[in-house]
Write a protein that binds this ligand. Sequence first.
Ligand code: UGA
Length: 428
Amino acid sequence: MNICVIGCGYVGLTTGTVLSHFGHDVTCVDIDSQKVDALNNGVCIIHEDGLESMLQKQLQKGTLEFSTDIHKHLQRNAVILVAVGTPASATGKTDLTYIDQVIENITLSTQDDEKKTIIIKSTVPPGTNEYIQTRLIESGKRKDRFTVISNPEFLREGTALYDLLNPDKVVVGGRNPLELEFIRKMYAYLPSEYFFTSPVTAELIKYASNAFLATKISFINELQRICEAYKGDISVVAEAIGCDPRIGPHFLKAGLGYGGYCLPKDIQSLSHAATVKGVVPSLLYSVERVNNSQVDMYIDFLEKEAGDLNHRKITVWGLAFKSNTDDTRDSPSYRLIKRLNEKGAILTAYDPAAVNKSKIVRTSKDQYESIKDADILIIATDWMDFIEADWTKVKAEMNGSIIMDARNCLNPSDVRSAGLNYVAPGIG
Ligand code: UGA
């Protein structure tokens, strides 16, 4: 197949590279010329395990290229995969500006006698695929010119390549079973569960998936507060309930809350879509409320453990919204840094991959240099470098001894045996 991927973000870049690896001829277009130049030179612009080497291999083979010339590639390719951003607006309503631009570009670049298959990968509110189809049909004389297929993406940042090559499901929202066959072929008949459903159900599966994950996190974070009040241990509670296959062990790690580009905006967008139809999403509102107050809970806890934070030297390990990514969008770590700054703390941060974009925190290039003379160290992202830190070295560098594990990822006895004071809410 000749495929044009619109948008070189996490989803577009990884999907485009993998589709070329599957044997298709792929051009990924983006408006950012610096990004496009870097990618054409084999430089992967995101921190994603294994992606750079696959990208370089496909560039060498000549089956993958990057371009800013959207019109040329929309004209040339019969298959168009849409992976543009769908950010949240202030009301929680999804901003579909980039989707509208894509529709505009497709109608401008195609002739009435050309047939195009348009695959929507971007996460969009229920009804959007229908809206895209209608707008495209209205733009020309022939009704059968465009086939719009919803194919939501479930990859996680940090394991994007693995997830794309080993999907637990592929969801295809369409009108004609031939569309399912088309998508199976596009994914080189990857073994997986395939769900062929209506476009709106496909859109809702995507939101339901992220909403359920967020619900699990807020559930365990609320339980953490109850554990703290009764001096119970949230880690053991999570481990024990996770043994029940009806509950499962994943997404039960209490911590600073969920962040990133997807979960926060998708929960808001689903809530908004519900209210538009008169449905009150009480549970989703609670999920958000717990998440939005999690950083304050940690600040209150730290003040109880360490006293006034004004002028205290605090080092934060981790800026990315989770480990194995350099993405800091909506990172709980920055929410924490902001609150610590308001409390008058003197801040230093360190992250193995993420680049600091905030002026309120100084960053160090070295993990151990970052804690020199620190009174308090906070673990804000569960990077392996932190889980396996040399705690004796940490003790030698620091002035104080408080280690607050805000991701419940450390082994408390490793930390304590180095003479440090391990603290975390809800660990008994
Ligand atoms: C999420 C979904 O997991 C993917 O399936 C989906 O495709 C993607 O959104 C998307 O919609 O594009 P991602 O944003 O990469 O993927 O991040 P997650 O791995 O879901 O983590 C989200 C947040 O939850 C992180 O801040 C993480 O630290 C936090 N988290 C995760 C916890 O606080 N506790 C846990 O037990 C697990």
